[in-house]
Design a protein around this ligand. Structure first.
Ligand code: LER
Ligand code: MN
Length: 278
């Protein structure tokens, strides 16, 4: 009933051809690409995914550092951040992805550096510019809320919905991520129901960001809420090792279960729950 994809973020550094083959091998409908447009050839990926019988669901934009901060106090940095979003939109269009993720403030920016109202206004302005460009490429933007340990800016789905409303562009929606929502939304299924059709993308991970079945998140009410609101996007697994620097862990050769084992387990466990939905 749902369509499934796996975020290549956890495989990052691996040749994308290998990632595409793995995701196809374990029965996914699509892959989510990492938003590094200078490192990926969208047209080639579009061909490779088509050859493997899958699609590209989405682009996981990477918001790190001042040059990818739509709320930065420097106008030049804010412009760079908009330019980055445009390049991600180009990657989306070239690879055939209908959706790209946008987060207004970078990972690890834990306090505002300007007046909060000002940062909000810059976020609205930056997302509007990115959205207008993305619309010209037939790409939608979804605003992702991250938990309080990754950003000070948007931590809960209702805040993302408020920002989406302020942006007021037809190609902008919101997305959930069950790892973040488990920390800061009061009710994961309730937040999905409230967002309704505004929710155009979602990341699934268990409470510890491992594959479903490894933590204590109950995915049945979450999937029921998605079904009830008529969710049309992919369920995309975005998993990362339980470590303060998960990418260092992966670089050191740790987290091998996040490759074949969790790619297989995630879709099996979640598809297995579909029959329990009303
Ligand atoms: C990206 O989708 C995400 O959820 C963030 O936690 C990345 O830092
Ligand atoms: Mn996410």
């Amino acid at each position: 009933m749902f369509r499934y994809s796996y975020d290549a973020l956890v495989y990052f550094g691996e040749d994308i051809s290998e990632s595409i083959k793995r995701v196809a091998r374990f029965g996914y409908d699509a892959i989510e690409l990492v938003g590094e447009p200078d490192q990926l050839d969208g047209a080639s990926i579009r061909q490779q995914t088509a050859d493997a019988g899958i699609g590209v669901s989405s682009i996981c934009s990477i918001f790190t550092g001042e040059g990818r901060d739509l709320t930065n106090k420097s106008g030049a940095n804010r412009e760079k951040a908009v330019d980055y979003c445009k390049k991600v939109a180009d990657l989306a269009a070239a690879s055939g992805a209908p959706i790209m993720i946008v987060a207004p403030s970078p990972v690890g920016k834990m306090a505002p550096e300007s007046a909060p109202d000002q940062e909000w206004a810059w976020a609205v302005e930056g997302i509007q510019k990115a959205a207008d460009y993305a619309a010209s490429q037939n790409v939608k933007l979804c605003i992702e809320a991250w938990n309080r340990y990754e950003t000070h800016f948007i931590n809960r789905i209702p805040q993302a919905v408020d920002l989406m409303k302020a942006v007021d562009k037809p190609n902008v929606g919101v997305m959930g991520d069950t790892f973040h929502m488990n920390i800061d939304d009061s009710d994961i299924a309730g937040a999905i129901r409230e967002a309704g059709k505004s929710m155009i993308h979602i990341h699934f991970a268990d409470s510890n960001r491992a594959a479903p079945g490894e933590g204590h998140t109950d995915f049945v009410p979450i999937m029921q809420a998605l079904k009830d609101v008529g969710y049309e996007g992919h369920i995309t697994f975005e998993l990362l090792p339980s470590s303060s620097d998960p990418f260092a862990t992966l670089r050191r050769g740790g987290g091998r279960e996040f490759y074949d084992d969790y790619t297989k387990q995630s879709i099996e466990v979640i598809k297995g729950l579909e029959s329990r939905l009303a």
